[in-house]
Design a protein around this ligand. Structure first.
Ligand code: ADP
Length: 612
């Protein structure tokens, strides 16, 4: 097996992503460095202006006016150049950022589309939405703003260090010590192991809250119907409380460090002043000329100390936000690392469509889950109905899901027409199998568009023919705009049975040779059941039909019945054959008949569920 590529993590990964657009990102960094370095020039120019003023303060006429004007221009020009270069840096970084997140989002969407369908049934849409809308989106902030800041932040201390020690090394040290101290505070605050795990947990709780929020919105009808409130929807409430307490703890845990850091970095002069006073008191300046220089240097350091804060505060934000953004990227990477559905190098096609399971063993997760199927072998012949029955959790849905490769088997093989489904192109396999789920899903589009999902190239006549076969033409005609009525809009609400028939029309249009049908246990009023039966008969003609059966009528009419229990086929045969044996099926049948006895008293007819 190919060795899995080790991904970079943390800041290294962020930089790797930022430099996907190398030219733009490097330009942004270089321009930012130039901007930061030139931003110090006004301070130096002002220093020389003050020096000139102090040197000639007894006779201002002796001031070198041209020199002063030059310095003023250098100060103004330096500030202007710094702003201009910063603007260009941000321009480059923004273009890079939007291009990169566009690419990442596209890659992510393409990748999740290539994952086995089982991934989508197991992963909440809230989690995926958060990765796309938040985790990837936040990279824009990092690449567009913090990357140039980072480059500037590295240049700032170096140029600051040089400048600090040019005029008076003692005052230089007095200014530099607080900067080093603030650095240390930052390292202690954000670099510690607890801080790292804290951020992971914080992100986890944010994910949980998002997932629960989506679930809450989706289930809002149930919440309302049962008169629930946000407080009784425990899961959502708990995730909000957990998130709230994390945010509080997060703030509380860093409040001392943050306050200290900001106080020190913004008030370097507090450290500087005692040193200046000490030096002045100790007679350091010596003669009058030296005293002049001493005053000038002191003024320079006091003024300059204010400029030190900006790059260091930016650096702090880069460090803090960078960690959060990197954590979000790790979540994206975890999904990007999931293997796509493997495509065969020599894809095969078939001309016959029986479905066979050959000694299939399957586990949803080999490390954490027990096997869901163990040594399952059977053949569902073309033109026949194969019914899966048995207790809940036995493995019926799992068998159905393995046919269109929602998951790949752990051992053995699933074949259609004698060819392993893994040896077929995904698109081809998808065209062979129609899957009708219990949970009917209709898009918020017109009825015609919903049926066209089965075959997007079908004509209106074919759509109508499919709808007629699926017994839905009549009710569709009565809708305000007929086939062009948008589902859910214009006060149109289809009943559960009607929705299911639209889905059957979709499957009829698709006309796939293999049909996997998870029979609905609901919508079983006799009128609807009869219509679904009619629709289904049209759909099943000459197909390989595999039904997760819940109704007696279906089971009885099946050519073959498989009784599935604890991941194994425990009995197999026709209804009549299985009744001749004293086994699970005949016991189920007896219980069913007993139940039917008292159900009949309610005059409901043949409708009970045998799937217990
Ligand atoms: P049935 O359709 O007969 O009710 P299933 O095929 O749904 O049974 O389930 C078989 C077993 O597989 C059960 O133990 C169930 O808990 C487990 N199972 C089903 N779906 C998943 C899943 N997505 N992830 C992990 N385990 C699952």
């Amino acid at each position: 097996m190919k060795k899995k590529m080790e991904r970079k993590k943390g800041m290294a990964r962020l930089l790797e992503l930022a430099f996907i657009k190398k030219g733009l990102s490097i330009s942004a960094c270089v321009l930012s460095v130039i901007s930061v370095v030139t931003s110090f020039s006004p301070y130096i120019a002002i220093y020389f202006i003050i020096r000139e003023l102090i040197t000639h303060f007894t006779d201002l006429n002796a001031l070198d006016a041209a020199y002063m004007v030059r310095l003023a221009w250098i100060a103004a020009g330096g500030a202007g150049v710094a702003i201009l270069f910063n603007w260009f840096a941000l321009l480059c970084s923004h273009i890079a950022a939007f291009n990169i997140i566009y690419k990442l989002k596209l890659d992510f969407m393409q990748h999740i589309a290539s994952l086995p369908l089982g991934f989508h049934t197991a992963t909440s849409t809230g989690k995926l939405r958060k990765i796309i809308d938040e985790n990837i989106e936040k990279l824009e902030g990092f690449i567009a703003h913090q990357l140039p800041d980072l480059a500037g932040s590295v240049a700032a201390p170096i140029s600051a260090l040089v400048i600090l020690f040019v005029f008076d090394w003692r005052m230089g040290i007095a200014s530099f010590v607080p900067i080093v101290a603030s650095y240390v505070i930052q390292m202690v605050a954000f670099g510690s192991k607890p801080a790292q795990t804290f951020i992971t947990k914080y992100q986890d709780s944010l994910d949980d809250m998002n997932t629960a929020a989506v679930e809450y919105v989706r289930g809002v009808s149930v919440v309302k119907a049962f008169n629930q409130t946000i407080f009784s929807f425990h899961k959502f409430h708990e995730t909000i409380v957990t998130y709230g307490s994390f945010v509080k703890n997060y703030t509380a845990a860093f409040k001392t460090h943050m306050t200290l850091f900001l106080t020190i970095v913004h008030h370097v002069y507090i450290f500087l002043l005692p040193v200046i006073i000490l030096l002045a008191g100790g007679g350091a300046p010596g003669n009058a000329a030296d005293y002049g220089n001493f005053v000038i240097s002191s003024l320079f350091y006091i003024i300059y100390s204010f400029s030190l804060a900006t790059p260091f505060v930016k650096m702090m934000y880069v460090a803090g936000n960078g960690r959060q953004i990197a954590n979000g990227v790790e979540r994206m990477d975890a999904i990007m690392d999931l293997p796509s559905l493997a495509e065969s190098a020599n894809p095969k096609t078939v001309s016959e469509y029986s479905v066979s399971f050959e000694d299939v063993t399957f586990s949803y997760n080999a490390e954490t889950e027990a096997v869901a199927l163990q040594g399952v072998s059977f053949t569902a012949k073309q033109g026949e109905i194969t019914a899966l029955v048995g207790p809940s959790g036995g493995g019926k849905s799992t068998i159905a899901h393995l046919i269109p490769r929602f998951y790949d088997v752990s051992e053995g093989a699933v074949k259609i027409g004698g060819v392993d489904v893994r040896d077929m192109e995904t698109e081809y396999l998808t065209s062979l199998v129609s899957f009708v789920f219990q949970d009917v899903f209709l898009f918020k589009q017109s009825i015609a568009d919903n049926i066209l999902v089965g075959d997007k190239n079908a004509t209106r006549e074919e759509v109508v023919a499919a709808a007629k076969a699926a017994q839905c033409h009549e009710f569709i005609e009565k809708l305000p705009k007929g086939y062009d009525t948008i589902i859910g809009a214009e006060n149109t609400h289809l009943s559960g049975g009607e929705k299911q028939r639209v889905v059957i029309a979709r499957a009829i249009l698709k006309n796939a040779p293999v049909l996997v049908f998870d029979e609905a246990t609901s919508f079983s009023d006799p009128e609807n059941e009869y219509k679904i039966q009619l629709a289904f008969e049209k759909l099943m003609k000459d197909k390989t039909v595999i039904i997760i059966a819940h109704r007696l009528s279906t089971v009885r009419g099946a050519n073959k019945i498989l009784v599935i229990e604890k991941g194994k086929i425990v009995e197999e045969g026709s209804h009549d054959l299985l009744l001749t044996e004293v086994g699970r099926y005949s016991r189920m049948w007896e219980r069913y008949n007993a139940a039917l006895g008292w159900t009949l008293a309610g005059a409901k007819g043949e409708k009970s569920c045998i799937n217990y």
